[in-house]
Design a protein around this ligand. Structure first.
Ligand code: SF4
Ligand code: FES
Length: 265
């Protein structure tokens, strides 16, 4: 085991008092940071020193600090969640940075994710996409069927599980030049579309979730694939292709229904 090493850094951090404030980058030198500490622990050290001086601490989102909640959301040196692959900001360690380095820290930027304060953005647009269809209707009155009673083939189960690992962080949106939420939405559609339990609402789900995604102001996918590269959970572009197939099939069914109603009239 190597001995604990410390590094000195210059932090360039986006400070913005509230959603109306224009905001600007402020510079903070910081010394004696253990390379074993996490990126958020490094920000905790900075905030302790700011509070001691009577200054406003830097606001940033976090909760689990173990890569599962999707709260942490920093753009670090121009990359969502920083330089390490498939790693959330809370799981990023200071050993990924060099002594004397300057680190730029900004919020996730997207028209659909307005900045609330400093590094905190409003990602409630994702909650509204989920509320529009990211669920299944199950009888929970006490007669629930054992989940294992429905056999599911391994390939589909694995793909559904992979899609379900999306933590809703928004790195895909922040990274995409179009501000597209297709990777997120397609993961949430896929995790249910691949399972028999998700079939009942499959058509309305994909139509409603895509509609809500558009209403929230997210951009369109142009297949650059940056979202997949920066996703901390390795969510595959394959999910976007699946969502497009699901959407086309559902929209065609809807169209047929409208036509048949039209004929009957
Ligand atoms: S698809 Fe990846 S980057 Fe996008 S919200 Fe889910 S976990 Fe985050
Ligand atoms: S704080 Fe929960 S994923 Fe980073």
């Amino acid at each position: 085991m190597s001995a604990n090493k410390t590094i000195n850094l210059t932090l360039k951090i986006w400070r913005q008092k509230n959603s109306k404030d224009q905001g600007k980058i402020e510079t903070y030198p910081i010394e004696g940071i253990s390379t074993d500490s996490s990126f958020l622990e490094m920000l905790d050290v900075l905030n302790d020193s700011l509070v001691e001086k009577g200054d406003d601490p830097v606001a940033f989102d976090h909760d689990c600090r173990e890569g599962i909640c999707g709260s942490c959301s920093l753009f670090i040196n121009g990359q969502a969640h920083g330089p390490d692959r498939e790693t959330t900001t809370c799981q990023l360690h200071m050993r990924s940075f060099k002594d004397g380095e300057t680190i730029f820290i900004e919020p996730f930027r997207s028209a659909a994710f307005p900045v609330l304060k400093d590094l905190v953005v409003d990602r409630s647009a994702f909650d509204r996409i989920i509320a529009s269809g990211g669920y299944i209707s199950v009888n929970t009155s006490g007669n629930t069927q054992d989940a294992n009673a429905i056999p599911i083939n391994k390939v589909d189960a694995d793909k559904a599980f992979d899609a379900a690992t999306c933590i809703g962080c928004g790195a895909c949106v922040a990274t995409c030049k179009n501000g597209s939420a297709m990777l997120f939405t397609s993961a949430k559609v896929s995790q249910l579309a691949l399972l028999p339990q998700g079939q009942v609402e499959a058509k309305t789900r994909v139509l409603n979730m895509v509609k809500q995604m558009d209403l929230e102001g997210f951009g369109n996918c142009s297949n650059t694939g940056a979202c997949e590269v920066e996703c901390p959970k390795g969510i595959s572009l394959e999910n976007i292709a699946r969502m497009n197939r699901e959407y086309i099939a559902a929209a065609a069914t809807e169209e047929k229904k409208v036509k048949s109603v039209g004929v009957a009239m």
